[in-house]
Ligand binder design. Sequence first.
Ligand code: AHR
Length: 520
Amino acid sequence: MNRKNILKSSIAAAAMLFSLPVSAAPETATVTPLFDRIDSTLTIPAEIYGQFAEHLGTCIYGGLWVGEDSPIPNTNGYRNDALQALKDLKVPVLRWPGGCFADEYHWTDGIGPRDKRPVMVNTNWGGTVEDNSFGTHEFFNLCELIGCEPYLSGNVGSGTVEELAKWVEYITAQDGPMAKLRKENGREKPWKLKYLGVGNESWGCGGSFTPEAYANEYRRYQTYCRNFNGNRLYKIASGASDYDFNWTNVLMKNAGRHMNGLSLHYYTVSGWNGSKGAATEFSDDDFYWTMGKCLEIENVINRHDSIMGVYDPGKKVALIVDEWGTWWDQEPGSIPGHLYQQNTMRDALVAALSLNVFHRHTDRIKMANIAQIANVLQSMILTKGDQMVLTPTYYVFKMYTPHQNATVVPLDIATSSRAVRGDRSVPTVSATASVKDGEMNITLANIDLDKAAEVTIPLGIKAKLENGEILTAANIADYNDFGTAEKVTLRPFTGAKQSKDRLTLSLPAKSVVNLTLKLQ
Ligand code: AHR
């Protein structure tokens, strides 16, 4: 990957890093729902809980797909344990086939009889030989089994306009040559395809374009991606990474009116050169720095949003955060280039804090896709042979499912803060709230590693506390491993007390708690 072009702007942005609001309050927090500020048009799109599956390491092969002949229990080749876990998670949308892989992927290699499909070398990810046994049909059938929307990443870097246009036709047309080919391959009915990404990281692994050149390519490619038989494409242009505000500016200026969404990639990573740090071994200082880096995404979103607003004040073009999450050194002994990393309670807190930020920006952010769904970076599930573990991040996503499609309740949060490397600081308590179907869910996270936070929630409405759930761990570096009992899992939380319209709770150190209230 070539990230040089974002390095300069990263340095420039360092000055604004961690410029978070700091309160001088003691180790207590007040979280006040602002019901009078609810905007009923601002629901949390379920797609903010989107996932990403790339042909990378064992994300697809082994993690999701084992083939019909595998001794691992499967349904038509998809491992049963993964299917069940992902159904339980209510995955709304799945991005595929990359990532960097997408711009070297030729979809015609992945259709037809599996034993006749050509093999290729996955040059981005460890030089692994890719046999194309998981292709278009396998992906769309997986989405049907999980019950999620497919999100295709098209090849711009090494593909052609014709190739992408025909892929869309193959998938969505009822009649014509591509539909005939699809039918010959066993699928009579067209699939529905909404989300179409036109390239990935086109500034880097997706073609090393300048923003001006890519904007022109984007305009050309999207022109020929047609709406067949009532299918309506939602076209997403390949956007900036991190602090590359110029990319967003040029794309919006030159191509903004031809897109439904513009992507943004932001990883919680300590640097692109050298060590990123181990997933399971880190100091307290590393931990707090990670929380700050994770929360920094809000400043990055604000900057991209305001640039988009110059060209699109009505917010018709969405910001699609289609890659985010933690990126650590891959586990010792794992295959180089496969980006396999463990997932601890630290990752769970990154997930919670990031989702809280996305909830605050639903006027612009309409989808986010954590990287990645299985066995790569900040995964939901990890697999080893026939074993599977659910990660702490999985449990945060599970805890947050009631927020999908709910209306945001703005919060006023008064909290203490933690110092991070010198004069920087991060707020101790972070929270989000939403209402849906007569229910309110308030989710709170305490990043302090040692102290509980005494939290008061003046509700301001009639509601009855019904349920509480907590995710925490004895140690911040705890994770769930194969063949042992889960160390990090959801448990009931009974520590919240209600007195009339006021809730109080002692929010344990390094925890995420969800409270469910029935509105009266
Ligand atoms: O998620 C791993 C990689 O990170 C993706 O392939 C690429 O888009 C990004 O650089």
